[in-house]
Structures are given as structure tokens and as C-alpha cells.
Design a protein around this ligand. Structure first.
Ligand SMILES: Nc1ncnc2c1ncn2[C@@H]1O[C@H](COP(=O)(O)OP(=O)(O)O)[C@@H](O)[C@H]1O
Ligand SMILES: [Mg+2]
Length: 328
């Protein structure tokens, strides 16, 4: 039987948002949320800013306790067996900062001591990522990328069963990030990953499930990445790099839905025929510098579900409108 690594049942988490001491006002950031994750699955939590992703992660990491409902992580109840949960989970968060005047070695020793883990593997990890020569330097000289690596090194001291990663790959350069993703992906059999990350590659590489949060504290959807992609009523993106900035309605003439993403224009197509007809015309367009065609990705899920104004009533949405959207 496959057991669940995460079980969230009727979870409520609220924060005080104002009011006086006699009449405090609370807001439910998570409002009756239920979902579970089987062992062997890995999930990316996605949702707009303020939808409660970090709050949820802190609850799974045993940092915040639930106000109502039950949460079990790696087989243990976060309220009743917090010690066990803390032993088995590592939370990697950008908010973890370091005492400036401690060396990396001292920082690892400190965490190693408080967690009860050996620091040698963590030193080896830093070494593998080219930060080994810094081990006796003070934390104050670390770059943001090196701090991100140190946060992972600390998280790995525990040999965790569950690893919660909240947007910490952002500061890594392309090569280190690639290496880190390979490293983490190689541990998928032993560690369940729960990540928040805007980067499509990271989400694709580390997870197979998506948990989509709705503002107001509930789950919009939890499912296989591929199954969710199936529900999007278009299949291809044609991403156009214009030669220069021109009025956006220039692109309307193609009579194909499009959206602006920064300086790019992205057309969406439902069939290969549409793609080939569109790209044939684009080849002759003097305003087009280059274009690329791709299948659906996590980005499309963001666009379709999370940025679409009327996603709440999204039973069989038609095509995406012509309105301008920005990424994340
Ligand atoms: N400790 C806290 N006290 C009060 N409000 C909080 C606290 N933590 C988060 N919030 C509020 O909860 C909401 C969700 O925050 P968060 O979980 O960080 O969202 P996300 O990570 O999806 O952007 C925000 O409105 C935030 O201001
Ligand atoms: Mg957050």
C-alpha cells in the first residue's frame, strides 16, 4: 500500500490583520483546505502572490501550527508529533539568514549540532558546487548564490524525507542551478519534494504534481502536471520577438489570440495547422525578428488558470482574450 507523505485535512490558518486588542480582526489565509500527496510524488505549489503558498509551506515545515484541521507530514501529526516532523523535514527558505561574523564551517557546525547531523556531507556538497574554498570565510562575504547553496547544505544535514523549497533557486547562476537540479532530482526516490518556484524548468524537473492555490485559501486544483495541461484548450505557443517596439494591436491582424509578455508576443494555437499557417505568415513579416514554437508548459497553466480574470467560472473557458498579461 502506498502511504501518504502529506495529509492536509480541513486546514485553517488565520492571521491577525488589525482591530484593537479587545476586538482583534482575523483573516483566514487558508480556509478549509484538504489535499494529500502520496509517497513518490513531488508537488509544486503555484498561485498568485498572497495566495498562501509560503504560509502553507511553513505549516508543513512545522513553523506555524494549524488553527483548525489536521496536517500530517511523513506520517506524523504536526500538532502532536512536532519533533518527529521537524526531524524528517527540511525547509529551505530565502528568509534563513546567517550571522555575519561566523564562518561557513561554524555555521554548519552550529546547525549540525542543533540538528544532530554530520557536517562532512554538507562540506562535500559545498565543495562539489565550487564553494568549498570558502569554508573558512565569514558569512558576510557570501554572494546571494553562495548563500542559496549554504541553505541547501544546511537542509541536507538532516537527511530529510521531505524537502520544502521556497523559491531559493532564483539567485543561482544557470550552471549551478542545472547542477543543483540534477543533484536534487537524483534524490527523488528518497526525498519528497514540495516546492514553490516560478521557474518552469525547476518545476518540470523536480515535480510531477501541481497544487494550485486560489486566493481566499482553498485549492483550485491538485493533479498531474500532464493532466492539468490537458485541460487547457490550446496546445501550442508561438513566441515572437519583434524587431522593434510597435503598437500592440499590430498583432491583431493575424486573427489568432495573443498576449504580450514583456517585449515578446505570444500567440496561442489549438492545432498544428494553425501553427503552420501562422508561422508561414510570420516569416514574411518585416516586424518579426525571430520566433519559436513550443508545446504547453507550466507557464501556460499560470496564464490560463491563475492570471485569467474569470478563472473562477472557468468551466470550459474559450480562448484567452487579447488583454495584456505579465508573467507572475
Ligand atoms: N505571520 C503573518 N502575520 C500576518 N499575516 C501574514 C503572516 N504571514 C503571511 N501573512 C499574510 O498571509 C497572506 C499570504 O501570504 P503568503 O503565504 O506569504 O503568500 P504567498 O507565498 O502565496 O505569496 C499575505 O496576505 C500575507 O500578508
Ligand atoms: Mg511566498
Amino acid at each position: 500500500m502506498q502511504e501518504n507523505v502529506i495529509e492536509v485535512q480541513d486546514l485553517v490558518k488565520q492571521f491577525k490583520v488589525g482591530g484593537g486588542p479587545l476586538k482583534p480582526k482575523y483573516e483566514k489565509i487558508i480556509n478549509g483546505m484538504s489535499w494529500h500527496l502520496k509517497k513518490g510524488d513531488h508537488v509544486a505549489i503555484i498561485g498568485q502572490n498572497g495566495s498562501g503558498k509560503t504560509t502553507l509551506m511553513k505549516i508543513l515545515a512545522g513553523i506555524y501550527l494549524p488553527d483548525e484541521g489536521t496536517v500530517r507530514v511523513a506520517g506524523h501529526d504536526v500538532k502532536r508529533e512536532l519533533d518527529e516532523v521537524l526531524k524528517k523535514t527540511s525547509f529551505v527558505a530565502p528568509a534563513l539568514s546567517f550571522l555575519k561574523k561566523l564562518s561557513l564551517r561554524d555555521i554548519l557546525k552550529f546547525y549540525g549540532y542543533s540538528i544532530g547531523g554530520e557536517i562532512e556531507p554538507a562540506i562535500k556538497f559545498l565543495d562539489d558546487f565550487g564553494a568549498g574554498f570558502m569554508i573558512d570565510e565569514l558569512a558576510e562575504v557570501l554572494s546571494e548564490g553562495q548563500k542559496a547553496l549554504l541553505r541547501f547544505a544546511i537542509a541536507l544535514l538532516k537527511d530529510p524525507e521531505v524537502m520544502l523549497i521556497d523559491e531559493v533557486t532564483a539567485n543561482l547562476d544557470v550552471i549551478k542551478k542545472e547542477k543543483l537540479l540534477n543533484y536534487l532530482a537524483s534524490k527523488k526516490d528518497r526525498i519528497s519534494f514540495i516546492i514553490i518556484d516560478h521557474d518552469v524548468t525547476t518545476v518540470d524537473r523536480l515535480t510531477n504534481k501541481l497544487l494550485m492555490l486560489k486566493r481566499g485559501g482553498t485549492v483550485m486544483k491538485l493533479g498531474d502536471v500532464n493532466e492539468i495541461l490537458e485541460t487547457i484548450p490550446y496546445r501550442y505557443d508561438v513566441d515572437v520577438m519583434p524587431r522593434r517596439l510597435i503598437k500592440k494591436d499590430y498583432w491583431d491582424k493575424y486573427e489568432q489570440p495573443w498576449r504580450g509578455i514583456g517585449s515578446h508576443i505570444q500567440f496561442i494555437c489549438q492545432t498544428k495547422k494553425e501553427v503552420s499557417e501562422l508561422t508561414t505568415k510570420l516569416l514574411d513579416d518585416k516586424e518579426v525578428l525571430s520566433f519559436t514554437t513550443s508545446g504547453l508548459s507550466i507557464e501556460d497553466i499560470y496564464f490560463f488558470y491563475l492570471l485569467n480574470e474569470d478563472y473562477a467560472s472557468s468551466e470550459g473557458i474559450g480562448r484567452i482574450g487579447f488583454e495584456e498579461t505579465t508573467l507572475f
